[in-house]
Design a protein around this ligand. Sequence first.
Ligand SMILES: *Cc1c(COP(=O)(O)O)cnc(C)c1O
Length: 390
Amino acid sequence: MTQKRHPETLTATALGWSDPETDAMAMPLRPSTSFLRDPNDLDRTGRMFTRDDNPTFAQPEALINALEGGAGCLLFASGMAAITSVFQRLTPGDHVILPELVYSGLRDWMNIHGVRWGLEVSYVDFSELALVQAAIIQGKTKVIWLETPSNPTWGITDIAAISTVAHAAGVLVAIDNTVATPILTRPLEHGADIVVHSCSKYMNGHGDLIAGAVVVAHGQSAILSDMQKLRNEYGGVLGSFETWLLLRGMRTLSVRVKTASISALKIAEFLDGCGAVQQVLYPGLPHHPGHDIAAKQMTGGFGGMLSFRLKGGEVAAKILAGKVQIIRQAISFGSTETVIEHRAGMEKTDSPTPRDMLRVSVGLEHTDDLIADLQHAMDAMQLELDAPDA
Ligand SMILES: *Cc1c(COP(=O)(O)O)cnc(C)c1O
């Protein structure tokens, strides 16, 4: 059967592998650090030491690669280890373009370590293609980095448009696809060259491990070999137990992401009608500035992440985040349970994240329970704001 399988089938079957030795349908965890050498001192399986490669990596790497439609995938010890490997390939003096609003961990790494290593960085407003084009320095710019929807305000970038501009100048396009996941967006189909993931979020989906992945497009296999060397030499390698758990989590990726997307849209609509709310940031809402591109580029939903700004400012936002009872106040996202976060408080003081904003990762609870919880928290917030001694 040559028909291309759907993401639901790829994830549920985990590509249908089984252990050739035992016929076990769940592949065994293989924690061994070393692999035997034959009498001629050769490693028969091509494996020698787990910092370079481990057989437990093979199935989740093949699954992520199949979901993204890539030429190959590598797992890393964290999303940050995956992201930084893209930049560690570069040479001092190389120039990179990042969005103004980008995952804060990358901005902090770039401003301290990337710059110290000699990378030159431009932060650009990606809503204007002309600004991205103008920021390219011919022969010097090596990577344009995207995130869509971008954390934490869920701006949408047209991957195909950026890729066209980048490729005309010989620049690689790398994209952090953590938020959309390959269930909702497959950036390589739109022209991107490299996809990275924090698998700590939706990919694993249960809030109990840290992992990352890199996938490269067909024709870019040389990048993958560079990165495998970097992974070995910098040592950002994933533990085999985490690798095994990650595959277990990924089997339900598509149902989790689709359920969260349906619920997030309803919650965004509810928040849009709340008097205390200044603005809801969710690409599924028709008034979101990136809605039309998102509708074209995303398949099967707009994701489980949304943010909203409060008319009562930072004070109101912090009170509200403390009043929820089912939803819990915590960092991170993409797990089964809904969490709310005052994002600006988590980031450095120079962060452009609005201070009156809360970020919500919608989980898999019943939507009505989540809406009732938010309504209750809004009422409690209002009482506290209206109290005479407030
Ligand atoms: C969490 C996150 C990262 C970093 O991943 P870790 O697994 O925490 O190292 C990178 N990008 C985005 C969009 C994230 O949300």
